[in-house]
Write a new protein. Structure first.
Length: 166
């Protein structure tokens, strides 16, 4: 339902803002502002995205929880899409998502509403896991069949790949 309302209301808000701003400053300045915000937004998304990727790499190297850098990266991606969409409302929301304090507030709000059942990372994170059919058996036992493929006549010379000493 919320998605339907967003798809319904955002274009109506954008059209109303275009009419109001265009009536106040004129058509060409309005279009110039829209193009300028798209160019500026692209540059900001690029720089913020690089910072987010650096934070993500750092969290992987330190074996810490990558949820926050991943969430920031996703919000920067959404901000980029909003900034490339022509309109004043979407630009305002996009620029807001590019501000780290706003992203942090959104992340904290989402983190409070989402429950993570289990998160393990790093050396030993697979220890203690049991899969169906392995109850009571050690984790390092692998069942398998084998067939001896050694040739019956073994020569006592070189392997055949080389000529050997003459």
């Amino acid at each position: 339902m919320y998605l339907f309302l967003a798809f319904l209301m955002v274009p109506i808000i954008e059209i109303a803002l275009f009419i109001q701003v265009g009536g106040a400053i004129g058509m060409w300045p309005t279009l110039a502002i829209v193009v300028l915000t798209a160019v500026l937004g692209t540059w900001l998304v690029k720089t913020q995205g690089r910072m987010a990727m650096g934070q993500l790499r750092s969290s992987f190297q330190q074996l810490s929880d990558p949820a926050e850098p991943l969430a920031h990266g996703a919000m920067i991606l959404v901000a980029g899409a909003l900034l490339l969409t022509p309109g004043f409302f979407t630009d305002a929301v996009g620029f807001a998502l590019l501000m780290p304090p706003v992203r942090l507030a959104v992340y904290r709000h989402l983190r409070a509403r989402v429950t993570v059942a289990q998160f393990q990372m790093g050396p030993g994170s697979m220890q203690g896991r049991h899969y169906p059919g392995t109850a009571g058996r050690p984790d390092d036992v692998i069942d398998g069949d084998y067939e001896d493929v050694t040739p019956a006549d073994r020569r006592s010379g070189p392997s055949g790949w080389v000529d050997g000493p003459r």
